[in-house]
Design a protein around this ligand. Structure first.
Ligand SMILES: Cc1cc2nc3c(=O)[nH]c(=O)nc-3n(C[C@H](O)[C@H](O)[C@H](O)COP(=O)(O)OP(=O)(O)OC[C@H]3O[C@@H](n4cnc5c(N)ncnc54)[C@H](O)[C@@H]3O)c2cc1C
Length: 243
């Protein structure tokens, strides 16, 4: 059999066959009305299930034949820090390029931003497939959840500016929460966010650590925006773009 990390995974296939996503898909697809506007949007539930299966098969193929064979090289080379810049290993760059080329990035985002409006369950199946091929790459693929967070809580302006870039695979995400004195207890975060009236922007200062994919272009940063507070009630999440 041709190597395919979805087709050789009976657990995932069983799960996909058994799970009933009818209501979820109906809601996400707004009663399948997107199909009138987007040619690849599903016209009914069975159509959606066929799309998900096809997508998982494509990812299974890319994972088994492009990503997994490069995983050892990615580990050996690792990310490099030079002249103030972090670069992924060559093998990681090639794997990301393959995911991009197969149009597998940002697929959980809504149609209007260039995604495929996938239910979270299907996206998590994808994360599992990528994890098996290369655990390190999974963090880049999995941290696209940042885009979902922005889609959920961002302003229309933020969404329009950031989400299509995730869908095109041009940017990666990071969640910037942990600090030396605030890990399990995130309410103790000390990084400060102060509004600069003159410039009309928030200025953020502080120390963060243990940030997975901290090299990402798009970050959500937890900072204390209300002066004088000492617990979680004074915190906000900021959308920050890397310079
Ligand atoms: C692989 C990896 C990736 C990570 N990626 C990210 C990331 O992308 N972004 C980010 O912001 N952070 C990230 N982190 C940081 C992670 O969120 C923190 O390590 C975690 O929240 C724990 O915080 P800490 O390390 O400061 O440990 P502490 O909170 O200081 O905990 C130390 C120990 O004390 C225990 N402990 C703490 N509080 C209590 C309590 N009240 N009762 C009993 N026991 C307690 C803990 O279980 C632990 O064993 C990552 C960490 C790892 C290991």
């Amino acid at each position: 059999m041709v190597d395919n990390f979805f087709l050789d995974n009976h657990d995932l296939q069983f799960h996909l066959d058994q799970i009933d996503l009818r209501e979820v898909v109906e809601v996400k697809e707004k009663g399948f009305s997107y199909a009138r506007q987007y040619p690849t949007a599903p016209r009914h539930y069975e159509d959606a299930r066929d799309n998900y299966r096809l997508l998982l098969e494509v990812l299974g193929d890319v994972s088994a034949n492009v990503i997994a064979p490069r995983a050892a090289d990615a580990d050996r080379e690792g990310a490099r820090f030079k002249d103030g810049k972090v670069t992924y290993a060559q093998a990681t760059q090639e794997a990301v390029a393959a995911l991009k080329q197969a149009e597998l990035m940002g697929v959980m985002l809504p149609w209007e931003y260039g995604g495929m409006n996938l239910p979270e369950t299907i996206y998590q199946m994808m994360v599992e497939i990528v994890s098996r091929a290369e655990a390190g790459l999974m963090t880049i693929f999995g941290l696209q959840e940042i885009a979902s967070t922005i889609n959920e809580y961002g302003s229309e302006e933020q969404k329009a500016s950031v989400l299509p870039r995730f869908a095109r695979g041009e940017v990666a995400g990071a969640m910037v929460l942990t600090e030396p004195e605030a890990g399990s207890n995130l309410g103790a975060v000390q990084t400060k966010a102060v509004y600069d009236e003159e410039a009309g922007v928030w200025r953020i200062s502080g120390v963060k650590r243990f940030i997975t994919n901290g090299v990402a272009e798009i970050m959500v940063v937890l900072a204390r925006s209300e002066e004088g507070t000492t617990d979680a009630r004074g915190l906000s999440l900021f959308l920050v773009e890397r310079d």
